[in-house]
Design a protein around this ligand. Structure first.
Ligand code: SAM
Length: 247
């Protein structure tokens, strides 16, 4: 039965595409399944072609370079949100951006678009590494979609993208007295929400003005100054809750 306890325990593999009734796995997925997990004929696995559905297949044969799988059933993965939340986190030092990508993937974010701004210390990040992190986190938490990870963009390119969203949460640490609360911006019925979080040093005055000139009022995340990674993760959880995606 779709989504029952047995199905939840099955191993999940993201693949480019599936074929019915038989799909053949080669390369790394074949190696992982055969050599690391020591799977056997008759074992069941879940294939995810990144379309929001889980496809159950049974292993029917092993060859030197491939594994043949037989289709059993499919169902819409219940973990995916209806909300399309994109987080724009400024690049952070060391492994922090990776941590952010891992946690936002677990929380159900659909797209992560890292950017660099005036006070960003870390000026580049390997996109492959972030994609791998998102892939692993999606597998671990049972998602059927790996969030899209954009190439690192400049502040101006990031801000130009915000017009595409129903609601924009521009998190600004100095907004406690005069700014918006998240609930002023996110009402709960939006389908496309953007969250923007600055780097360790925050946003420059010029950048804050740029947001305001475009109509994006700063939003506070409370009285205390949060680390950038805490801000991304906690604001994501709050937005998910407000949009009915926390249960
Ligand atoms: N500029 C600050 C400083 O050095 O004191 C700190 C910046 S904070 C570590 C990094 C980012 O997290 C900010 O640019 C903002 O987007 C977000 N942030 C942290 N605390 C926040 C708060 N209380 N309200 C809104 N945003 C916050």
């Amino acid at each position: 039965m779709a989504g029952d306890n047995d199905t939840e325990k099955l191993r999940r593999f993201f693949v480019e595409k599936i074929n019915k009734p038989t799909t053949v796995l080669t390369g790394n997925e074949k190696k992982h399944l055969a050599d690391v997990l020591r799977a056997k004929v008759g074992d069941k696995i879940i294939l995810c072609p990144n379309d929001g559905k889980d496809y159950i297949f049974e292993i029917s044969a092993f060859d030197k370079n491939s594994i043949t799988l037989y289709y059993e059933e499919e169902f819409v993965n219940p973990t995916e949100t209806n909300l399309f939340l994109t987080v724009f986190p400024a690049l952070l030092k060391g492994d922090k951006t990776e941590l952010v990508v891992q946690k936002l993937t677990e929380l159900g974010v659909k797209r992560i678009s890292p950017f660099i701004s005036e006070f960003t210390v870390q000026k580049s990040e390997k996109n492959d590494r972030l994609k791998r992190t998102a892939h692993e986190a999606s597998k671990q938490c049972g998602r059927a979609i790996i969030p899209e990870i954009d190439d690192v963009m400049k502040f101006n390119d990031m801000i130009n993208k915000l017009a595409d969203y129903d609601a924009v949460v521009f998190a600004y640490e100095d907004a406690f007295t005069n700014g918006n609360r998240i609930t002023d911006v996110v009402k709960g019925n939006e389908r496309n929400v953007a969250l923007i979080v600055g780097p360790e040093g925050g946003f420059s005055k010029k950048e804050v003005e740029e947001f305001i000139n475009r109509g994006y009022k700063p939003v506070t995340l409370g009285k205390r100054i949060l680390r950038a990674e805490t801000a991304s993760i906690s604001a994501t959880a709050v937005i998910m809750q407000l949009c009915g995606e926390w249960s």
